[in-house]
Design a binder for this molecule. Structure first.
Ligand code: ADP
Length: 660
């Protein structure tokens, strides 16, 4: 592993520290952002709810006003102000009967008017002839004379019996005519209007005779008459005749146009409110009021009443009236554009507007909480668009947050990189200083030792004295080489190292450097094999610089040889290039380190493993020098089996080399 390459491989702890700081800041920012968004959303939802609450209160108050206005009119139902509208009934119910305005507006009533049927005595002779003597001809004669009676009820009873006898006597066409006369009568028969009895009897006879076309026509007319409220019938009578008509017409019963529901409302009022009022203590109760929403076969009807003593005045309003006069004005009068209002009756469904939908935020005002007969619901009209402001703010916040997070990450990255660079540079500086100090200390120590020995012992034999002086000389040269190389490195870094190229013989240069190295390199135990071609190998180069480069390679080969003791130097003079190989069989260099070790101060794992001291500038100088000569330095190596460094230089011209 390359030791402390500045900048790009920051010390692990610094990176971890900066990553941790950045991660904590980012997490804190994201958490704060998420909380802000949640709060913002809750606030928006609260604002919408307040808007719904206010709208619900306004709707309830407005509907209350509407109903109060209607109830004020009930206090005096006779005044013309209480004009009767379509789909609205005004009821005045007393002990004896009920009055409904407008007249004939509904198909049936809770009670029928007291019938004024004729007594049965006038018909006794005719009935004896009909049922006992079975003499229909005489019975017909008796009854015909009775049909001229001035009393409409006597006349109607006689016509019914006459037609019956005619039918029994096998004279159906005459019977049909008499039934037709009965239809035009104003009296009653068996408590029922003569008109209704006559028409339905005609239909029955036509059915019996199998006259289908005539029956359909008659039944259609009867249906219209029933629906128009021509006769005052109670519910049972109405339903009986309406059912018969439906059967004759062979059709589905017609859909209620609202009038039947109104009639049901009147019946409900009669059966419930009137009964309750009569049960109560009328002495003490001056009057009471009530409101009730009812539904008959899906049609909503609202009943407002005011009971005073035995008399009840009431309004029965159908859905059209409620919508036109009550709900529409309320909803359009105020600005409810942002909400959807729904009116429904307890449990049975919507009456007006939009019923509350599942999942939509809705405010409810139930009938029990207000004085209204309905439940009111107010939902936010379009929650998505209502929250669009919030969504926009949220997008803006997320964007801002993402920017801040990016900024924090980028700032942490650059700060971490700068700090780790500084740390790496500081470490490298310390390592470099200690390595240089160590490099200095070795020759200085030996110089000191030999100097002391020379000073202390005057009787040293001349041979030994000369050996000491030679050792001092080697140490001095080593020191001076070290100083020179440091100065050279400084100049190279500053771009101030001048190269004076001259024609050289690479073989001669290599031999000289190897020889010097053998003598001065302190490598007595090493065998340095030098293979140089016979003839001159011309190159253009700076002798001193190339010698320095070669020296550095030899020095490394020796330093990182491990247990091996052989170093080889060869020159390969092939064509345009001159290659100088420095080969060792030492520790080798891992593939990942092969490029990095040429950087200044970079030191490889082999250096750390072998405990060899060094400054990390040797190969950087080699590359610088070779580059300056237009050549390149390459490396072949395998970890554990040795390395070959090759300096490739352009070949110089032979004649120039010879001249030199
Ligand atoms: P140093 O002062 O550390 O030798 P260099 O720049 O000369 O600095 O070398 C850089 C690194 O390259 C060394 O620390 C060593 O790890 C590796 N190296 C250089 N030459 C060799 C070699 N011949 N064999 C193994 N490793 C080498």
């Amino acid at each position: 592993m390359v030791a402390r390459r500045p900048g790009w491989l920051p010390p692990g702890r610094t990176v971890v520290l900066f990553v941790a700081v950045a991660a904590v800041s980012v997490v804190a920012l994201v958490w704060m952002g998420a909380r802000l968004l949640t709060q913002e959303r809750a606030l928006e939802a609260q604002r919408l709810q307040e808007r719904r609450e206010a709208a619900a209160d306004r709707v309830v108050a407005a509907l209350e006003q509407v109903l109060l206005a209607e109830e004020r009119r009930l206090a005096n139902p006779g005044v013309p102000d209480l004009a009767v509208s379509d789909d609205l009934l005004v009821i005045v119910a007393g002990l004896t009967g009920i009055k409904v305005r407008p007249e004939r507006a509904i198909p049936f009533y809770p009670v029928m008017p007291a019938a004024r049927d004729a007594p049965s005595e006038p018909y006794s002779p005719a009935e004896r002839l009909e049922f006992i003597e079975r003499d229909h001809a005489r019975a017909i004669a008796v009854l015909r004379s009775q049909t001229a009676s001035p009393d409409p009820s006597v006349r109607a009873g006689a016509r019914l019996r006459l037609a019956r006898n005619l039918r029994k006597a096998g004279r159906p066409d005459e019977a049909l005519e008499v039934f037709a006369d009965l239809s035009a009568d104003t009296g009653t028969v068996s408590g029922l209007p003569a008109g209704l009895v006559g028409r339905s009897a005609r239909c029955l006879l036509l059915e019996e005779l199998g006259r289908r076309d005539a029956l359909r026509r008659e039944a259609g007319e009867l249906r219209e008459a029933l629906a128009s409220g021509l006769w005052t019938l109670d519910r049972d009578a109405y339903l009986h005749y309406a059912g018969q008509v439906t059967r004759w017409l062979n059709q589905e019963p017609p859909a209620d146009d609202g009038r039947q529901a109104l009639a049901e409302g009147v019946c409900w009022l009669w059966e419930n409110v009137r009964a309750d009022t009569r049960k109560g203590d009328t002495e003490n109760v001056t009057f009471s009021m009530g409101r009730r929403s009812l539904r008959f076969q899906g049609t909503p009807v609202t009943v407002l009443w005011r009971a005073s003593g035995d008399e009840i005045t009431a309004l029965v309003a159908g859905p059209r009236y409620q919508q036109r006069r009550w709900f529409d004005p309320v909803v359009t009068a105020s600005d409810f554009s942002s909400v959807r209002i729904g009116v429904s009756d307890r449990g049975s469904g919507p009456i007006f507007g939009t019923p509350p939908a599942a999942g939509l935020p809705t405010t409810l005002r139930s009938a029990t909480a207000t004085a209204l007969p309905w439940d009111i619901s107010v939902a936010t009209a379009d929650p998505d668009s209502a929250l669009s402001g919030f969504a926009q703010r949220r997008r803006f916040m997320i964007f801002g947050l993402a920017l801040v997070v990016l900024f924090v990450i980028a700032a942490s990255y650059f700060a971490g990189r700068a700090v780790s660079r500084e740390l790496a540079a500081a470490t490298l500086q310390t390592d470099f200083v200690s390595a240089v100090s160590h490099e200095f200390r070795t020759p200085l120590t030996s110089m000191k030792q030999f100097t002391e020995m020379l000073v202390e012992d005057d009787d040293l034999p001349p041979e030994e004295r000369r050996a000491y002086y030679r050792a001092q000389d080697r140490a001095t040269r080593r020191l001076s080489r070290l100083v020179e190389s440091l100065l050279d490195f400084g100049r190279m870094e500053a771009g101030a190292r001048p190269y004076r190229l001259e024609p050289l013989d690479a073989g001669e240069l290599v031999k000289t450097v190897v020889e010097e190295f053998r003598q001065e390199g302190g490598c007595n135990s090493f065998s340095i094999e030098c293979a140089v071609p016979e003839g001159a190998v011309p190159i253009d180069g700076d002798r001193e610089a190339l010698a320095q480069a070669l020296w550095n390679l030899l020095d490394n080969a020796v330093k990182y040889s491990g247990d091996s003791r052989t170093v080889g130097v060869e020159i390969d003079d092939s064509g345009k290039l001159v290659s100088i190989h420095v080969r060792d069989q030492g520790l080798g260099i891992t593939p990942t380190e092969r490029r990095q070790i040429f950087e200044k101060f970079a030191r490889g794992s082999s250096a750390a493993a072998s405990g060899v001291k060094g400054t990390g500038i040797g190969l950087a100088m080699v590359r610088h020098i070779v580059d300056a000569h237009g050549g390149k330095v390459t490396l072949e190596s395998r970890s554990g089996t040795g390395s070959t460094f090759t300096i490739e230089l352009p070949r110089g011209r032979m004649n120039r080399c010879r001249e030199s």
